[in-house]
Design a protein around this ligand. Structure first.
Ligand code: ADP
Ligand code: MG
Length: 240
């Protein structure tokens, strides 16, 4: 579903992704972890072309993400993206936030978009908040709206960049719960997160990055019981 081949990226002179290879199968859930500045955000942002790459190739569902001829809007319909800062439209109700893309991008009829948005909000446990505005919701609720909004285009792939890092601790669980249910339903997911409980319980594979390089790629069992590199051992000692 996702394939990165020898991906390299520079910010000016700064080489931030170095020969990154990654294959994510349909339905696979991959957790990306690693110290701050290791290139995790840059990596997942290249997958939906929020960041250009310098060298290499990225395929999503068979499409060459960074090729000149690629239709970026059609590509992004295939890839839901959830940010650390929820990025909801503050002047729109929760329901309108979720309906926005189906109506404006897919040109869905309003009634159909409403029905879909309601069912997605129910799915993330916010059926009673459809009329609320983002500013009146907790961080955990806003992030669940952001997930519903990303799901509204029915993407086969979902990317998460530290979706719980901006939340108060008591709200982390409700967001992880929604992510777990997506994983169980067979969504292909790449999640940058430091929630090692989520990684252990839910993911199929852990990627550990440091200095723009994938240092380890292992099952959670392997990674948590016997990380191969001293760098990953130190990282785990710090986060767990
Ligand atoms: P992570 O998400 O693992 O913390 P990032 O992908 O955000 O790491 O950053 C990787 C490296 O690239 C860091 O050294 C960071 O300072 C640098 N970097 C990130 N974004 C930019 C940018 N827009 N311009 C210049 N350097 C950047
Ligand atoms: Mg980051």
């Amino acid at each position: 579903m996702i394939k990165l081949q020898q991906v390299n990226k520079w910010y000016g002179e700064h080489h931030v992704l170095k020969e990154v290879d990654l294959d994510v199968a349909r339905g696979e859930v991959v957790v990306v972890c690693g110290p701050s500045g290791s290139g995790k955000s840059t990596l997942i942002r290249t997958i939906n072309r929020l960041e250009p790459i310098g060298k290499g190739k990225i395929l999503v569902d068979g499409e060459d993400v960074h090729a000149k001829g690629t239709n970026i809007n059609r590509l992004r319909q295939k890839i839901g993206f959830v940010f650390q800062q929820f990025n909801l439209f503050p002047h729109m109700s929760v329901l309108d936030n979720v309906m926005y893309a189906p109506i404006n991008i897919l040109k869905q009829p309003r009634a159909e978009a409403t029905e879909l948005a309601r069912s997605l909000l129910e799915r993330v446990g916010l059926a009673d908040k459809v009329k609320a505005f983002p500013g009146n919701l907790s961080g955990g609720q806003q992030q669940r709206v952001a997930i519903a909004r990303a799901l509204a285009l029915k993407p086969p792939v979902m990317l998460f960049d530290e979706p719980t890092s901006a939340l108060d601790p008591e709200m982390v669980g409700e967001v992880l719960q929604v992510m777990k249910s997506l994983a169980r339903d067979g969504m292909t997911m790449v999640c940058v997160t430091h929630e090692m409980g989520f990684a252990r319980e839910v993911c199929d594979r852990v990627i550990f990055m440091d200095g723009g390089v994938i240092l380890e790629s292992a099952t959670p069992e392997e990674f948590f019981s016997a990380p191969k590199t001293p760098r990953a051992q130190r990282f785990l000692a710090d986060v767990i």
